[in-house]
Write a protein that binds this ligand. Structure first.
Ligand SMILES: *Cc1c(COP(=O)(O)O)cnc(C)c1O
Length: 404
């Protein structure tokens, strides 16, 4: 059960007015709002704990290090990773993917193959394209269907003895589809390929168990998990992280430096060059505690009900077409009304205080598949309400009337 009124009181921004109207925030897939405990955690860090980590002999540095490393352990437990040094703290999901893609420059050979899905965020396409250009490896695409589901019948043909890597999102940010990653991982491993799961969109709704999944890499964005911007997660199996070269050189990531030769630090420090976003990492730990306090099962169950309600309600609007009708999806509705431009709908909704995303959602191949320039996307979180969905419905009726 979700006590939505109590929860809403935890999020100060939900009291804001936009154009004189109470804010309805339906852009959760772009970034989530932050509860007061997370905001307080940032301020408490700078008020009582601020010092650089891992290097000071003084007590304050030790306090900062303990808080930072404590957050890593929270994330390890949350992901059920076997070892805390398998959790690398990054600046975001994009950074996490780039660490892996850049690392594979030394491991991938010309003519070897990698597989991407047709419904990826640009963050999980472009770094791999760069990798393929540099190495001469071949990028293959696992297609999707009208419902916005991956065509798994094609997966077997794509996997060959040359496949080295498969990268796919757990949940599509453009459509909300929950992909069958268990099957994708199993079959990739049988073919001898490694798998990176982009969990940026799943982590706000599903608690990942990386050991049960067997994922080689799993990435997430802190800011979509009620944490601050500028902090992200890269989980990697120890054996893989040992094999990958460091991404950036600098302080913190070395064992010994001379002008003749530098040796690298052990995991996780090898991938954490320079002073990290200490406050952000600590606040992300607070955010994860906050979410676990509500419970991911409760979050998912409530959001499923919001999705069902909104799908039914928006379905009453004539000419409204929903993109992404997969059997398993999170609380995201991507849609258009007739041939009205998504931007125009978004602007009218904004006038009513309703925040939605419009455009290609960093997933142009998905828009190309449907032969549309973009959609309006309403994405729901556990702090949203049925009344807010009613306001969206009314707003859309008004927008339709004004624009057609
Ligand atoms: C948001 C998102 C990303 C990128 O996350 P950043 O925070 O921009 O680094 C990658 N993949 C998916 C599926 C996303 O939703």
């Amino acid at each position: 059960m979700i006590a939505v009124d109590t929860i809403r009181a935890d999020f100060p921004i939900l009291q804001e007015k936009i154009h004189g109207q109470p804010l309805v925030y339906f852009d959760n897939a772009a970034t989530s709002q932050k509860p007061q405990v997370v905001i307080d955690s940032i301020s408490a860090y700078y008020t009582t704990t601020n010092a650089n980590i891992h290097r000071g002999v003084h007590s304050l540095s030790q306090r900062a290090t303990d808080a930072y490393e404590g957050s890593r352990i929270k994330i390890q437990k949350h992901f059920n990773a076997a070892k805390s040094h398998e959790i690398i703290l990054t600046s975001g999901a994009t950074h996490s993917i780039n660490i892996v893609a850049a690392g594979f420059r030394t491991l991938l050979k010309k003519g070897e193959e990698v597989i991407v899905s047709a419904m990826e965020h640009h963050s999980n396409i472009v770094p791999w394209q760069m990798l393929c250009e540099e190495t001469g490896a071949v990028l293959k695409v696992l297609p999707m269907n009208e419902e916005g589901e991956l065509v798994m019948e094609r997966y077997g043909d794509l996997l060959t003895e040359k496949t080295r890597l498969v990268f796919v999102n757990h949940v599509s940010n453009a459509l909300g589809t929950i992909n069958p990653i268990e099957d994708i991982i199993d079959r990739a491993h049988k073919a001898g390929a490694a798998v990176l799961i982009d969990g940026a969109q799943s982590c706000p709704h599903i608690r990942p168990d990386v050991q049960a999944l067997g994922a080689d890499f799993y990435v997430a964005a802190g800011h979509k998990l009620c944490g601050p911007t500028g902090v992200g997660i890269l989980y990697g199996k120890e054996s893989w992280l040992d094999k990958l070269p460091p991404y950036q050189g600098g302080g913190e990531m070395i064992q010994e430096v001379s002008f003749e030769k530098t040796t690298y630090a052990d995991l996780p420090h090898k991938f954490e060059a320079g002073t990290p976003n200490i406050a952000g990492v600590i606040a992300l730990g607070t955010a994860i505690d906050y979410l676990n306090g509500i419970g991911f099962e409760n979050i998912a169950a409530y959001e499923d009900r919001l999705l069902a309600y909104a799908t039914e309600k928006l379905g009453q609007i004539e000419g409204l077409k929903i993109y992404g009708t997969a059997a398993r999806k999170t609380a995201v509705i991507s849609f258009n009304i007739g041939d009205i431009h998504p931007y125009d709908i978004g602007s009218i909704l904004d006038q009513m205080g309703i925040a939605v995303r419009t455009g290609h959602h960093c997933a142009q191949p998905v828009m190309d598949f449907y032969k549309i320039p973009g959609t309006v996307r309403a994405s729901f979180s556990f702090y949203n309400t049925y009344e807010e969905i009613d306001r969206l419905y009314k707003g859309l009726c008004k927008a339709k009337e004004m624009l057609s």
